[in-house]
Design a protein around this ligand. Sequence first.
Ligand SMILES: [Zn+2]
Length: 238
Amino acid sequence: MTTESPVSSLQRGPRLVDEVAARLRDRITDGTLSAGTRLPQVVLAEQLGVSRTPLREALRLLENDGLLKTVDNNRTVEVVTVGPDDLLDMYQLREVIDGLAAKLAAQHGFSAEEASLAQHLLNEMAESSDPYDPVRRNRAHTQFHEMIAVASHNTKVQSFAPLIRTSSAALYMPLNRAHAEASLLAEDPAKSYKQILDESQVQHREIIEAILAREPAAAEAAARHHIQRTIRLAPHFG
Ligand SMILES: [Zn+2]
């Protein structure tokens, strides 16, 4: 059991361990490490160009997040499979957590730093939609939802940061991404994937505008509405 805050990296800048964990998440997002893939830690350390100690710590972090498991007496790493049931469980909880986080953040209001970070992340998400860059978008998207949890000023809400990171990364895992794309397009074949990403951008902006306007009820409704879309998709995954 660690006493360290799950969101400490946002508060004091990334540590090497957080950066290694983020790079591993990137490799899961871009499919280099796919579900069920097993890799010896030695090979992974070589591929990432890091020593074993930060790697081991990063793996512990991702194992705690529920994205990886270590097998073979900790010598080998395996990417877990996140299926439709897992996604539904995670996003049903996130509807409540994200809604509460946005409501509390609106009650507190953003600091100047938080307001500019939110704007920066909205820009990052817009730029990584066209041309589509899933790794960059997943990083910005995850940080976006994590920062709202931080801005809630509620440590229990902040303790759900691993859920936010893993449920976000799971959506971008190649198999899930393909299912998301297919089912969203099946709902409305006239749409392009770019339009779907634009809709999500509008939802993100609505959440931030309600927080900036200090409107708790509107912020909660916007955050819940955003997560409900993913819940509708969950049965089509896997
Ligand atoms: Zn989102």
